[in-house]
Design a protein around this ligand. Sequence first.
Ligand code: ADP
Ligand code: TRP
Length: 353
Amino acid sequence: MGVLFEHELKVGVCLSLMKTVLTGVKPTGRIHIGNYLGAMRPAIAMCNQENVQGLLFIADYHSLTTVHNAETLNHMVYDLAATWLALGLDPQQTFIYRQSDVPETFELQWILSCMSAKGLMNRAHAYKAIVQENEKKAKSDLDDGVNMGLYNYPILMAADILLFSADEVPVGEDQVQHVEIARDLAEKFNRIFAEEVIRLPKVVVQKESKIVPGLDGRKMSKSYDNTIPVFMEPKKMRQLVMKIKTDSSGPEDPKDPNSSILFDLYKEFATPEQVEEMAHRYHKGIGWGYVKQDLFEAMESTLSGPREHYKELMNNKDELDQILKEGSSRARERAAELMSRVRTAIGITRRGK
Ligand code: ADP
Ligand code: TRP
């Protein structure tokens, strides 16, 4: 067997054993510790597994459905890329790229839109929610406030996924319907043109088994204005930690660690020994101010390194551009393969080359 052939065979076997896991993130604002603990930390751990080829992209064109300010969009894309990298995403192993750097996405989107029934888009949750809101307000135009980007959003998302023959797509509960639409469109394409051109992805629901509480005890969320941004200066972060809601028990009163927001957060950042020690102090009685100070210190020891890395990256956009460009060219190699099969299947081919 020729050396080259043997090498190619090995690469082929390796690729087929690797699971492709793909997810996209919309740049929509400052990342908070709820996003980090609930979504980013598990995603990074998954992408770092040996048998996984991770693809993580910044869905900048999806944001264009709502963000219509060049400076804001541009800043948010860099901010999100720097945040993922600073929190530990390894760009050597995972392809990290901007959606807008993969033009094949938009070609596939058009092809898929020609397969998509309009009624399927009418049933998409985000669109339906706006229509219902307009109905409630008795507006004469039920499509008021709907642009075509929002209406076609699920088809663009299907193209993001199907272009890379993703095996698994981890998403939050609210995105499950979109992945199901991607499967529907893939099935329809295969049925019309040729079996098994497009791989059907599996949705992996990232259940919020662990909902990170915010300053007021509700789920930490941008919409509730109760967040602790993941990268903020220590002084400000300490001030926010000191604002976390507690009950009115006194310092000597024994406390239940299992019903304490502070303890829940502490568990995420402290070592197992520190957590055990803290549980003991709760049972004995401890002032909330001390718990908050220890929580702040544990957060600081986890986040100060990544924060410095984040700042370095934000001050070196050339490096960020380079990383994103490399990610997109590796991703596009894979996209080219699928697109060639798709074009042949639909009859968009050229004679000659
Ligand atoms: P927000 O509620 O602040 O708008 P997003 O909806 O943009 O956050 O969430 C992005 C990701 O972070 C989702 O996967 C979501 O499940 C996760 N996430 C957001 N807030 C929390 C939280 N408080 N606890 C756990 N996971 C969260
Ligand atoms: N729509 C997703 C969200 O709002 C982001 C996204 C775009 C995505 N394309 C994707 C997620 C493809 C998974 C796969 O969160």
